[in-house]
Design a protein around this ligand. Structure first.
Ligand code: ADP
Ligand code: MG
Ligand code: MG
Length: 252
């Protein structure tokens, strides 16, 4: 089993401190949700884990099974078992969804363990069926003219094919209609199990009606200020964030 451990993480963007000491531990087998108001640093956390060059870690650590993630190149992070959704959010011209999927699978599997073409196609077809995706999608250029929902399904397709030890999914639910949301949730729920851990970052509670988290964390002003079980998400849905601010004496 794997452990992603984030300790006292401080991150700056262009000299401005955004994360001010984040602590989180995600083990395979666990589904964690990070929630919080807009602008509190949730996406910054995802970007720092994935090694976005604009985000400077000034203090603290990120380790995967004891190995220093901050020292790893992006492809090494993949090989260590980390999957970072939205890694390639833009269009990449000339690369089909299928090509991209196969090369990202191979990046995770490593040299000498590449997936063969026929088993790859079989698995891709079955997974696309499961996610109710149009088969033509596989031959379309990556993200070119994809709708928001198609991009998200594609991300879950990637997740299911790669089978990472730990997945980080930022705003997988934003802009999705209810049918797409259900399909995306179905994919994540299918992944659930001892070998898979997940950090789901969301601004909304509604995704958590479909994916029951084991742990819920609230981020405010660059820190995880509260953690609990799924009942915490329900309380946030009903009461918003104000009560946490009052409880902790946080001012805007
Ligand atoms: P969240 O995902 O919780 O909505 P973000 O991590 O996107 O929050 O943003 C946290 C803060 O960092 C915000 O104040 C935002 O304006 C700032 N920020 C995020 N990305 C950048 C960037 N690329 N350049 C400058 N400031 C940024
Ligand atoms: Mg935001
Ligand atoms: Mg965000």
């Amino acid at each position: 089993s794997s452990v992603l451990k984030i300790t006292d993480l401080h991150v700056e963007i262009e000299g401005k401190e955004i994360l001010k000491g984040v602590n989180l531990e995600i083990k395979s087998g666990e589904i964690h949700a990070v929630m919080g108001p807009n602008g509190t640093g949730k996406s910054t956390l995802a970007s720092a884990i994935m090694g976005h060059p604009k985000y400077e870690v000034t203090k603290g650590s990120i380790t995967m099974d004891g190995e220093d993630v901050l020292e790893m190149e992006v492809d090494e992070r993949a090989k260590a078992g980390l999957f970072l959704g939205m890694q390639y959010p833009s269009e990449i011209s000339g690369v089909t969804t299928s090509d991209f999927l196969r090369s990202s699978m191979n990046a995770h599997r490593g040299e000498g363990n590449e997936v063969q073409l026929m088993p790859f196609i079989k698995q891709m077809d079955a997974t696309m069926d499961f996610l109710e995706m149009d088969k033509n999608m596989a031959q379309r250029y990556l993200n070119e003219g994809f709708s928001g929902g198609e991009k998200k399904r594609n991300e879950i397709l990637q997740l299911m094919m790669i089978e990472p030890a730990i997945g980080i999914l930022d705003e997988i639910d934003s802009g999705l209609d209810i049918d797409a949301l259900k399909v995306v949730s179905k994919g994540i729920n299918k992944m659930r199990g001892d070998a898979f851990g997940c950090l789901i970052i969301t601004h909304y509670q509604r995704l958590l009606n479909y994916i029951e988290p084991d742990f819920v964390h609230v981020m405010m002003q660059g820190r995880v200020v509260k953690s609990g079980g799924k009942e915490l998400a329900q309380k946030l849905e009903a009461q918003g964030y104000e009560w946490i601010k009052q409880e902790l004496g946080i001012e805007d």
